[in-house]
Every structure is written in C-alpha cells, then in structure tokens.
Design a binder for this molecule. Sequence first.
Ligand code: AMP
Ligand code: MG
Length: 360
Amino acid sequence: MKTKIVIIDKASFQDEELWEAAKILRSGGLVAFPTETVYGLGANALDEEAAAKIYGAKGRPSDNPLIAHISAMEELLPLVTEISQAGRRLMEAYWPGPLTLILPKSSMVPFKTTGGLSTVAVRMPGDPVANRLIKLAGVPIAAPSANASGRPSPTTAEHVYQDMDGKIEMIVDGGPVGIGVESTIVDVTGPVPIMLRPGAVTLEMLKSTVGQVEMDPAIAGPVAADVKPKAPGMKYRHYAPKAELVLVEEEGSGQGQGEVSLKAVEAIRAMTLDQLSRGRKVGIICTDETKGRYPKEAEIRSLGPKDSQEAIARNLFGVLREFDSLEVTLIYSESFPKDHLGQAIMNRLTKAAGYHIIKV
Ligand code: AMP
Ligand code: MG
C-alpha cells in the first residue's frame, strides 16, 4: 500500500484539505493524524473490520482496547448508556482536551473496539485538525498512538512515517504535537473516579474538579501476571526504546521541584565513563542545567529546562526515538519530580525503563 502524506497548516486550513482523509476513514481505511497529545492512528470506531486493521498495522494485541474520539458532545450520547455526575463534571471542565473517560458502552460500540469490555473509552480532542477531521468523517474515530506496538509514541508525522509507511492509507502532517504524552485516562463508571493513566490533565486538576480521585495500582508499578488489570493495556511493556534504559533516582527526591540532583548526575557520570571504557555506546537523558556535566563521548540529550515540565513531556518520546536511530545500546536517564505533569513523565519513563531504577 502506498501511504499518502498530506501537509496541513494547523492555524489556517480549509475543510477541503481534509476531505480525502475523512472519506478514507468513513470507508473503513486508516489515517494517522495529529492530536494535542500524540499522533493517532485513526479508523472508524463503529466498524469492526476497520478497528481490526488498527491492531494489524500496529502489531497490537487485540485485547488492548481503543479510545473512541469524538468532535462534539452530541456524538457521545449514542456511544454510552449512562454518564455519572463525576463524568459530566470532568467533561465540562476538560473537554475538548487531553482527558479520556471510561463509560458504560452502548450496543452500538463493537466489542472489537473495546477489547471485549462492556465499557468504552471516549475523548474529545482539542487539536483543531483532529477535531475537524472527526467531524468531517461523521463517525467516532478509534485512534491509538500511531506507532508500532511497543515503540515510543509518535510526536511528529516523521515518527509516524518511520513506523507506518506502507501500512496505512494516509498520514495527515499537522506539525509537531503540543503535549507529547498520551491522554489522562479516568474511569468514571464507579462511585469514585479512578485514574488509570496520568497525562496532561493532572491528578491535582482532577481532584480540584471532583474531589476524591483514586489511582489504579498499575500506575505505580508492574502488575503481576495473574492480575487482570482494569486497563488491559497496562500489562504490556510500552513506550520502549530499543536500548536498555536505566532510570537513576536520588533517594528522597522526586516529589517536588527541587535543586538539581547532583548525586544522580555524579552516579550517571561514573556509570557512563565505565560503560564507555567497555566500548558501549551510551545515551544520557538530562536537562539544560545538567547537560554540561557528562562525558562528551556519550550521546547527551536534554529534554529542556528542569522547571519546564511541558518541555520535558513534549521532548521525551522524540529523544527515545532518536536514541533508537543512533543505535545506542544503553541509556541513563535522570529522574524528574512527580508532581503535576511530572507524574505522567515519570510514568512513561519508568515503563520505558521496564521498571529498571537505580536509587542513589
Ligand atoms: P492508547 O494507547 O492511547 O490508545 O490508549 C488505550 C488505552 O486506554 C488502553 O491501553 C487501555 O489502557 C485504556 N482503555 C481503553 N478503553 C478502556 C476501557 N474500556 N476500560 C479501561 N481502559 C481502557
Ligand atoms: Mg499507545
């Protein structure tokens, strides 16, 4: 299959530039497009065969459910049987935006889309290209991240091309995304909302809107093989770079916006020198404040200034992909404070590291 690329200027585009993409989606094909979080791989969420194509193109296990994306409130009602009070308040506060809500599904949503679950995940993206494309397609769009399963999520159209060329009909290139980590997921089917995945709508924000919010235990650590996690995707190793990634955390830090963590920097420096002397190609993930402190022979990448969680989130997946193409075999990463957007950053980094954390 030849993958067509359409370049769209997010700030000033005409509907007609998206017509072909919308037509492909409506007729059961696959189109990757930008959202505010990461690039999505879109298909008609109500069409079982189209949803199955997503699993095929990504190489994604088919019990990992998809998020249905809508462009306006009236598109939600046919998809669900009930909306809890907490769900309603969260929609009012954060839609359109980077928040996915789990709701009881209606019979209209095929089990192929929900991985066999009786609930459906729904999000209304705020990105103008995503929003308009969904509207023009006229159907809810299932759109997981447009990467091959297990690889870091794509934050540019070029990343999508690396993984999806020849496998999908079209890539809509709307430039780099703004947020860079996937949406926050909250289950609002029970009495207390449960956060299943941290994202740019932070725990602090959720609590300020609905009061009590619980966190799924799978956010904190790996789930045992015999436990059936609430969000099935949580059991898979995600966001993985090809190299071994080791996260270096300073004991007692990581909770707030603290000083530059010198103990961690020192430890990474020493381990890097040791590995370089053994002939290994080493990558380092750090911040603007610390990038000058590491051996020049390593591939050193700053995610941005330490006080800009936004920059760090936006650059994370791109840097992991860059290391893949540089063929480094070992990556050391600094840790980041876990408040606000830092919870999502550390969640993705910890998973990418396969929970390999060195405490210093
Ligand atoms: P993404 O990888 O961004 O497409 O997000 C899909 C993730 O959303 C899945 O891996 C699940 O963790 C979660 N998810 C989707 N639908 C449901 C659902 N019905 N119940 C619980 N989690 C869901
Ligand atoms: Mg994904």
